[in-house]
Design a protein around this ligand. Structure first.
Ligand code: ADP
Length: 508
C-alpha cells in the first residue's frame, strides 16, 4: 500500500506501522463511519419511496381506467341520444311549439342535457336563435360559430362516423333534410367537463393520500427500523465490551428473526473461543514461566554448589555439571516447543510439501530412540510396510512422529514396550500408529490432552523430555496438513495414537 493511500480494511490498517499514519487512518475510518447512512434512514427512505410509487401507480392507473370508461360511456350515450334527437328534430318544430323551432331545440337540449345546434354547410348556427340574437356581438358570434370545426365534422361524416371527440365535447353529427335549398347539419354535443372535474378532484385526493402515506411510512418505519436496529446497536455495544476483554457479555438475538439469532449465536461462539484462547494464553504464560523458572533455579543452585562445594571434587562436580547440562537441555527444548507452536499456529511458517518415503523416514526417527533400547531396556516392536510414500512437510511430520513415539515411551507400562506400526490401509491411504501398554487416558481427559499445556494430574516417569506442548504441536501440524488423526485409549491397558496419510506414488 502506498503511503498516501487510505486503507480500506482494518487488516490493511493494522499493517500500517507508524503511530502517526495509524492516527490518520483512524480518523479516516471515523469519517467513513460518520458518512455511512444508517439502516434507520435507509429503511425509511426505501419504505416511503416504495409506498409513494405504489400510490402514484395506482392513482394513475385508476385515473386512466376511469377516464377511459367515462369516455366510452359518454360516446355510447351521445350516440344513443344523438339518434333520438335526430328523429325528433328532422320533422321540424312540432305543433305544440307553435312553430318555434329554436324554443323546441332548447327544450330538447335541456331534457337530454346536451347542446343541440342546426348548422349550415359553413358551420354557421341556424338554430336555435336567441329572440334578440345580435349577429354583430363578438361573443355570440364566437359561441355559436362552428365554422372552424365544420371541416372535422364533414370529414367524420364522409368516413361514415357520426360520433367523434370534438373540441372539448363528444359530438353526434348528422346531415339533416330540413330546407330544400340549404345544406343543414345536426350537431349534438356533450361537454367533457366532468372528466376535468374528476381529474382535479383526483389530484387533490392523490396529494392527500401521498401526505398520509408519507406520515404513515414515517411512523411504521420508526417502529420497524427501531425493531431492526436496536438489537444490532445492542450487539455492537457488547462487541466493544468483548473487545475490551469482558467475556461475560451475552449476545441476545431471540425474538428478532432467524438471522439475528444466528448472528447472536456466532458472536457468543466467538466470545467463548476468545475467552478460551485468552484463558489458555494466560495459562500458557503462567506454565511456561513456571517451567522456565524450575530449570533456571536448578542451574543456578548447582552452579553455586560447584563454586562453593563440589569444585574441588571431580566426581561430585561432574555430577552437578551434568545436572546443569540436562536442565539447560530442558530449557532449550521448552523454548523450541513454544517457538514451534507459535510459528505453526500463527501460520508464519509455510508447509513445505514434498513426496518422501515414510517407511524409511520412520526407521530414522526410531533410531533416535535407540539409546533407550540400549540403556533403559525399552522394547520397540515394529510392523512397517516398506516404501509407503506420502506428500507432506517432512520435517513437521517427523516432529509429529517423534512426539507421539516419545509420549508412548513416557507413558508405557512397566514392560517398557512400545508398538510402532505403519500399515497400508486402502489403495490410497496408510496408517501410522503407536501403542503403549500404560495406564491409558480417562475418557473425561481424552478431549483435553490436545490442548496446549494440558498435563494429566498423574505423575509419570519421563525418559523423554516433555513440555506439555507436544500434543498441541502434533494437533496443529496435522490440522494444517488436513490429515485425519486421533487416539484410542483404554484405562489400564494403554493408548494408541494414529495418523492417516494419503498414499502417493514415488514420483508424485
Ligand atoms: P507432555 O507429554 O509433555 O506432558 P503432551 O502434550 O505430549 O505433553 O501430552 C499432554 C498430556 O496427554 C500428557 O501430559 C498426558 O497426560 C497425556 N498423554 C499423552 N500421551 C499419552 C499416552 N501415550 N498415554 C497416556 N497419556 C498420554
Amino acid at each position: 500500500m502506498r503511503r498516501n493511500e487510505q486503507p480500506k480494511t482494518e487488516k490493511e490498517e493494522r499493517s500500517v506501522k507508524t503511530p502517526n499514519e495509524r492516527k490518520i487512518f483512524r480518523q479516516a475510518r471515523y469519517r467513513r463511519k460518520q458518512n455511512a447512512t444508517s439502516i434507520y434512514f435507509l429503511l425509511w427512505a426505501i419504505f416511503t419511496a416504495l409506498s409513494l410509487v405504489i400510490v402514484l401507480f395506482s392513482a394513475f392507473t385508476q385515473r386512466f381506467v376511469l377516464i377511459q370508461s367515462y369516455k366510452e360511456q359518454a360516446s355510447l350515450e351521445i350516440a344513443e341520444k344523438g339518434k333520438l334527437i335526430e328523429t325528433q328534430v328532422s320533422g321540424g318544430a312540432p305543433e305544440w311549439t307553435g312553430g318555434n323551432y329554436s324554443g323546441y331545440l332548447r327544450i330538447l337540449s335541456q331534457n337530454h342535457g346536451v347542446n343541440i345546434y342546426i348548422l349550415n354547410g359553413e358551420g354557421k348556427v341556424l338554430f336555435p336563435q336567441e329572440p334578440n340574437f345580435d349577429p354583430e356581438s363578438p361573443e355570440v358570434e364566437k359561441q355559436l360559430d362552428f365554422s372552424d370545426e365544420m371541416q372535422t365534422m364533414l370529414n367524420n361524416l364522409a368516413e361514415g362516423r357520426s360520433v367523434y371527440e370534438g373540441n372539448g365535447e363528444y359530438v353526434y353529427a348528422a346531415k339533416l333534410e330540413i330546407f330544400q335549398n340549404t345544406e343543414t347539419y345536426l350537431y349534438v354535443g356533450k361537454t367533457l367537463d366532468l372528466i376535468a372535474t374528476a381529474n382535479s378532484r383526483m389530484n387533490v385526493r392523490m396529494a392527500l393520500i401521498s401526505v398520509f402515506v408519507f406520515v404513515l411510512s414515517f411512523a411504521v418505519t420508526s417502529a420497524v427500523a427501531g425493531w431492526f436496529t436496536n438489537p444490532i446497536s445492542e450487539m455492537t455495544k457488547k462487541a466493544h465490551q468483548l473487545a475490551q476483554g469482558n467475556f461475560d457479555v451475552d449476545f441476545q438475538g431471540a425474538n428478532y428473526g432467524r438471522e439475528m439469532v444466528e448472528l447472536a449465536e456466532a458472536l457468543n461462539f466467538a466470545r467463548d473461543e476468545l475467552s478460551k484462547t485468552d484463558r489458555m494464553q494466560k495459562d500458557l504464560i503462567a506454565n511456561v514461566s513456571h517451567d522456565f523458572k524450575t530449570p533456571l533455579t536448578m542451574i543456578k543452585g548447582y552452579a553455586s554448589m560447584i563454586i562453593e562445594i563440589s569444585g574441588e571434587y571431580p566426581e561430585k562436580r561432574n555430577k552437578h555439571a551434568q545436572i546443569i547440562v540436562d536442565e539447560a537441555d530442558r530449557l532449550a527444548s521448552l523454548v523450541n516447543d513454544v517457538l514451534d507452536l507459535s510459528k505453526i499456529s500463527s501460520g508464519i511458517e509455510e508447509l513445505k510439501r514434498e513426496t518422501f518415503d515414510m517407511s524409511a523416514y520412520l526407521y530414522e526417527i526410531l533410531d533416535r530412540f535407540a539409546y533407550l533400547r540400549e540403556t533403559k531396556g525399552y522394547c520397540f516392536e515394529t510392523e512397517i510396510d516398506e516404501e509407503l510414500y506420502t506428500c507432506a512437510d517432512e520435517m513437521k511430520i517427523g516432529q509429529v512422529l517423534y512426539n507421539l513415539i516419545g509420549n508412548a515411551v513416557n507413558y508405557t507400562g512397566e514392560d517398557n514396550k512400545v508398538f510402532v506400526r505403519l500399515k497400508r490401509e486402502t489403495p490410497t491411504a496408510f496408517r501410522f500408529s503407536v501403542t503403549d501398554t500404560g495406564k491409558g487416558i480417562k475418557p473425561e481427559e481424552l478431549a483435553g490432552i490436545w490442548e496446549r499445556y494440558y498435563r494429566s494430574k498423574d505423575v509419570h516417569k519421563r525418559p523423554v523430555q516433555g513440555t506439555g506442548l507436544g500434543l498441541s504441536i502434533v494437533k496443529t501440524i496435522l490440522e494444517r496438513h488436513r490429515l485425519q488423526f486421533g487416539v484410542e485409549s483404554e484405562v489400564g491397558k494403554g493408548s494408541t495414537f494414529y495418523v492417516i496419510f494419503p498414499l502417493v506414488t514415488e514420483n508424485a
